[in-house]
Design a binder for this molecule. Structure first.
Ligand code: ADP
Ligand code: ZN
Length: 299
């Protein structure tokens, strides 16, 4: 009874729902495409209903695409807010799930949840705090944990839109961010690569100049993160970062860019333990949601 938790990773292209008590105790997992909010949220709720009927779930966590309202005293707390995704503007995702399932529901950004999950399930014993998760995929997003908690503020961190050096001679591509053009996401997300090079990132061969440029943009973002947050570990995930050799190139460029300024042995001597791929593979978000649900009942 009540020993299981529900996790929802609400993505712009797909929802992942899971019932589990941890990475090695997954009872059921289901993925379905993100369509209209009413249809997609109903599908998620139906997935959990048999478990709530049997009173097997103690709490639910939601890891959502954003932007989100995370201010607990705001009238629109728990909403997806000003997303460009059609129909998903000001959708009360937290409210619908909490009301339908009648359970406590933890709620955060997909990347904060992924940071929380990677820390909770993989890194917690090492007290790696602050802790950063960055995804380079359809978008670029970053979650930061400090003192064990995801960083919230005015809204939430938006380091996917970092302003980074853009050498227009070397890379005349103007970028695709609808707000900023050549911000980090505008230059280095998967769709930006696709638009610049005319093919999907996964189809660009290892020797293609795309990868040198991509490593440089990601490394510049990580350097800014290191200066700003002094994280003890950075998890670099997302589809684009799966490209063979990208992690190695990014680590090298981070070391070169820092130029010895940050005197930390892990950066100077064992950076492969500092900038790492996700220990939970592509389940960081949904297992982060499970960890948030567990944590919610502790507080
Ligand atoms: P999302 O960000 O939508 O959750 P992903 O993290 O899988 O999804 O990112 C999707 C993006 O990653 C797409 O732009 C795709 O072209 C790119 N991608 C997926 N796999 C690879 C790969 N092995 N190498 C390079 N790019 C990839
Ligand atoms: Zn931007």
């Amino acid at each position: 009874m009540n020993r299981l938790y529900g996790g929802i990773e609400a993505g712009g292209t797909k929802f992942v729902c899971m019932v589990s008590a941890g990475p090695d105790q997954v009872v059921e997992e289901k993925r379905f495409p993100t369509t209209r909010p009413d249809e997609t949220i109903r599908q998620a709720i139906s997935f959990f209903t048999p478990y709530t009927r049997r009173r097997e779930l103690a709490a639910v966590g939601i890891a959502s695409f954003g932007p989100l309202d995370l201010n607990p005293v705001s009238p629109t707390y728990g909403y997806i807010t000003t997303t460009p995704k059609p129909d998903w503007n000001y959708v009360d995702l937290h409210g619908f799930v909490a009301q339908a399932l009648d359970l406590p529901v933890a709620f955060d950004t997909d990347v904060n949840a992924a940071a929380f999950g990677e820390h909770y399930w993989i890194a917690a014993n090492n007290a790696l705090d602050p802790f950063v998760y960055i995804t380079v995929g359809t978008g670029i997003g970053m979650g930061v944990l400090a003192n064990g908690l995801p960083v919230h503020g005015l809204v939430h961190t938006e380091a996917g839109h970092f302003v980074i050096p853009h050498d227009w001679l070397k890379d005349p591509f103007p970028g695709i961010c609808p707000y900023h053009g050549d911000c980090l996401e505008g230059l280095a997300s998967g769709p930006a690569m696709n638009s610049r090079w005319g093919q999907n990132a996964e189809d660009l061969p290892d020797y293609h100049p795309a990868w040198e440029l991509e490593a440089e943009y990601i490394a510049n973002a990580l350097i800014n993160l290191i200066y700003a947050y002094s994280p003890q570990r950075i998890v670099l995930g997302g589809g684009v970062s799966q490209h063979a050799g990208l992690h190695v190139a990014v680590r090298h460029k981070v070391q070169r860019g820092l130029n010895g300024y940050i005197q930390s042995p892990v950066i100077l001597n064992s950076i492969e333990e500092y900038i790492v791929p996700p220990g939970l593979g592509n389940r960081s978000g949904v297992l982060g949601a499970i960890a948030m649900a567990i944590d919610l009942l502790k507080s």
